[in-house]
Design a protein around this ligand. Sequence first.
Ligand code: ADP
Ligand code: MG
Length: 238
Amino acid sequence: MSTVAIRNVHKSYGALPVIHCVSLDISDGEFVALVGPSGCGKSTLLRMIAGLEDITAGDIVIADRVVNDIAPKDRDIAMVFQNYALYPHMNVRQNMGFALRQRKISRDEIDRRVMNAARILGLEQLLDRKPRALSGGQRQRVAMGRAIVRNPNVFLFDEPLSNLDAKLRVQMRSELKELHQRLGVTTVYVTHDQIEAMTLADRVVVMNGGIVEQMGPPLELYDKPMSLFVAAFIGSPP
Ligand code: ADP
Ligand code: MG
C-alpha cells in the first residue's frame, strides 16, 4: 500500500517553474530520502506534502485521500525542520506536549505520550529543563519528540541534522535509523548529504533542477547510476 503518493506534481512560484511533473509512490513504513544540490526543489516538494505550499498541478495523496485542499494540521503528518524552533520559555515536557494541548487531547493522554517519546529518545531526565540548558543534540531530540507525540502516519524531515557538528550528525544519524526501525513510521527525509541519505534510506530519490533524475535503493544508485549527474552526485564528497 502506498502511504504517500505524489502524482504528476508541478510547482511554480509566479512564472518560475521549480518542480516539473514529479511522481513518486512511498509505501507503508518506507524511509525515502530526497537528495540533490541546493535549489533543486527538495524542500518545496516536502512542503507540498506537508500542505505548507500550494500545488500548481497534480495531486498529493496521503493514506488514500487526496489532500490538496486539506490543511497541514489535518494531514496526519509531522514535520521536523532544520531550524527547529523550540519555545524558549517552555521546558522540554511543555515543548513536546504543546501541539497536543491545542487539540483537545486529555492531560493524561498528553502525559502518557510525552513520557513515551521521552523514553524512546532518552530525554526522561531532562523533562524539566528549558531549551537553553540543552545541548544541540538534545534540542534536536526534543524537536523529534514533538513530532513523535503526534502519532503521525508520516514523518517529514527537512535537513534535520544540518545544524549539528559533524560528530553529532553521525551519532544522530544512527539514532534516527534506530528510531525508524523501532516505530516503522513512513518517512520522507530531505538532505543534501548523499552519505546520510544512503545510510538511512530504503530508497533514495535524486533530484536535479526540479525533476527526478533517478530513484532506487542505495546500492542500485551506486552500482547503476543512470546519468552522469547521478554518478557525480553520489560519488562526490559530502
Ligand atoms: P532545495 O530545498 O532543494 O534547496 P527549494 O525547494 O528550497 O530547494 O527551492 C527550489 C527553487 O525554488 C529554488 O530555485 C528557490 O530559489 C525557489 N524558491 C523556493 N521558495 C521560493 C519562494 N517562496 N518564492 C520564490 N521562489 C522560491
Ligand atoms: Mg531545502
